[in-house]
Design a protein around this ligand. Sequence first.
Ligand code: ADP
Ligand code: MG
Length: 930
Amino acid sequence: MAAAGYGNYRNGTHSSRNSLNSTNKVDRPLSFNSNAKNSSLKSKSLNSSGLRKSAPASLGAATEAAKDDAGVPGRVRVAVRLRPRNAEEMVADADFADCVELQPELKRLKLRKNNWDSDTYEFDEVLTEFASQKRVYEVVAKPVVESVLDGYNGTVMAYGQTGTGKTYTLGRLGEEDTAARGIMVRAMEDILADVSQETDSVSVSYLQLYMETIQDLLDPTNDNISIVEDPKTGDVSLPGASLIEIRDQRSFVELLRSGEVHRFAANTKLNTKSSRSHAILMVHVKRSVKGRDSALSSNNGDNSHKVKSLKPPVVRKAKLVVVDLAGSERIDKSGSEGHTLEEAKSINLSLSALGKCINALAENSPHVPVRDSKLTRLLRDSFGGSARTSLVITIGPSPRHRGETASTIMFGQRAMKVQNMLKLKEEFDYKSLARVLDIQLDKLIAEHERQQKAFEEEIERIAIEAQNQISEVERNYEDALEKERVKYQKACMDSIKKLEEKWMLNKQKHVSDDNKVGLKDDSSDVTSKEEGSQVAAMEEVAELKKLLQKEAHLRKAAKEEVDNLKSQLAQSKKLEATGNSEVLKLLKMLEDEACQKEKLEGEIAILQSQLLQVSFEADETRRRLDKGGSEKILGGRDSQMSQLQHPQLNDTANGEKASIAKLFEQVGLHKILSLLEAEDADVRIHAVKVVANLAAEETNQEKIVEAGGLTSLLTLLRSSEDETVHRIAAGAIANLAMNETNQELIMAQGGIRLLSMTAANAEDPQTLRMVAGAIANLCGNDKLQMKLRGEGGIKALLGMVKYRHPDVLAQVARGIANFAKCESRASTQVSNGAGSKNRKSLLIEDGALPWIVQNANNETSQIRRHIELALCHLAQHEVNAKDMISGGALLELVRISRDCSREDIKTLANRTLTSSSTFQAELRRLRIDY
Ligand code: ADP
Ligand code: MG
């Protein structure tokens, strides 16, 4: 197969029939320069496709990017580089012309066959022996580096015979002469110049692959690293390899140098040359996508009000792989370098496997033997994968190596046919969002606790102070009172004592005077003595008066003192009162604080529900992607309907289940339900999505209904104007309507009217599908038949068929089949008091028959099956027979009894036809043999 390629690109002197354009199918333009768009590196020449997207401005855009799974086509680009003649060749080949001739301006290379004939090949870029390292970098590697910075994986690889300049092209450090720097060094320079030290990170691994063993060139003790493949994404990684973070160019060059030293040592130990092994540099670039109101911005400042705009940050994790392949020349079959034949095979295994893979890809072969070697496993993303890949093939000028040169050229030609699909490696950084939320929550809690504590301390302090003041005043008052009392007592006692003494003295005086009067009747004497005693008494009275006055004074003073103390007491009471009002103020503050806390908790709940909703969507997207890229992503609605049709939740929803469990735990059902009435429309939509997801699980349904979720969902149908809300709410109701108790509840709450109204206003067929699904479930309840019909349920179902969407029709058909089944059950029950025994089907009364007959042979098997069943059920009841005959249903029944692919339905139709006398008579009349 490879040999066939040889003539393909021939444009020699005698073979003009194979013109260059007709054979080289490579899509023009071939140049790397063709699509230069503005890029972060401001390179004029190199961006090779219109891939570079500006950073998505919103979450939605990021999701778009993630959904855009098909990727962008990106062919492997191939440049050929010719090494100048070396000293030896100058001498040895002096008389010979080079075996190749380059036409760089035409991007062609001529390979001389003999003196008069040559083959011409076209490449994406033709680099002559004069091409500078700078130009080689810009043409071969820079577009790939720019892609990596934009979030796409990239590969730069050199292929060619030993000594043709692979290592020169990729690995030169150029320390002595900066112009000589190779691709690895220049790529890192560009990467470091473009990334942000704060938000991005660059880390590298450096490896050698030799004889199917991977050695760590950054840690020589680590010499058997295994490749790990993610079974979901197919991404390969080398968890065992050292991964060193690079912050500046100097440390990177240092690392490359030490890698070279280790490579040399390892090769000496293994007794081989580095030309026999592959060197692989992997540069991991992780960037956070800026330009969004990211969660991180709400880290400081007033954090309670920013949360609504909070969205998970987005990161791009791309990988640049630079591969310096082993020499492409055939190793001596007898085992050079002392190797056995087995070893020799193993040495070449990876390289020949790479060639086979590229052949298979170039020929669009269905099987690409990627798993045949470690190299092809490592490079699975580079060829036929999602990376942008650039290959440089190196050749020498010497005619002595014409064979090797030719085979190198053919390798390059085939590689040019390999088509990759570039995919953005972008994902939501949930971890960092969760971290930010945690930190915010912690801060709020700590702040709240701090305020609470300060408040309690303040109250305690004020209370103690007031108490102290009161007891101090009371003590003072009591002391003063006691003092006064003692003083008075003493004063009183003194006065009384004095009065008594005086009284005694007076008495004695009177007695002695009387005696004297009796003895001597000397009146003048008596008179004078009486006068004397009168004066004394007057004096005494005056003294008493004085005493009394003094006492009155004292009393007054005491009263004043008491007043004074009273006023002091009043004042202290006032103080206490102000203390109390301060306490009240603080209490109010505490209340406000609690209120604020509640609000914050509410907002955190919203965030958590948003986060979980986003995780649902991400999970779902991922699951769908895993299932196969070709399936359309329908968002949450699909999972609801699949639940509607298959009540047992299947295992693919494991991730969702886990998330739901988490949701219950973290947010709580009541909170989620309360969000259904949130003011913010976005929050309402998120909340209804979460509730719908929860309602899809049978285990949650009872809890949701208990907590009033069903009522809230029905209310949403009435109050919301948003069709998305209607659609999701109807889906959730449909899932809840699978249970009999809930069916009664829905009916009791006017569900039919609400669902009919929703259907009447709907524009999206998926909304109708949900509504029809809900009514269809209600149709299956024997007890609700009359009520359902009475409230227009059948009419509503039939009204939806005008939209003709097969998903809607399938639900309508299911509803009708359910209803007919209940009716036929009722008609066969002997003791049915409802009187339906002789009454014809409500379906027929409501005019469903024409549609049923029309769709009895619907091309969608699901619709057909429901309707066939409905017909069989209707036919069970003899009173329906006449209508069925006139409506054309009999012929459909006959068809079903003959052709139906479902054996059970076929038998049922058959039985029904033979047991009905009306049908039998009609069949005889129509001369249909039965
Ligand atoms: P390879 O890695 O393919 O075995 P090397 O890169 O080791 O080859 O190159 C072999 C020799 O040729 C080295 O001495 C290198 O310096 C020299 N060489 C290769 N390419 C060039 C070039 N473009 N210009 C000058 N010297 C070169
Ligand atoms: Mg080399």
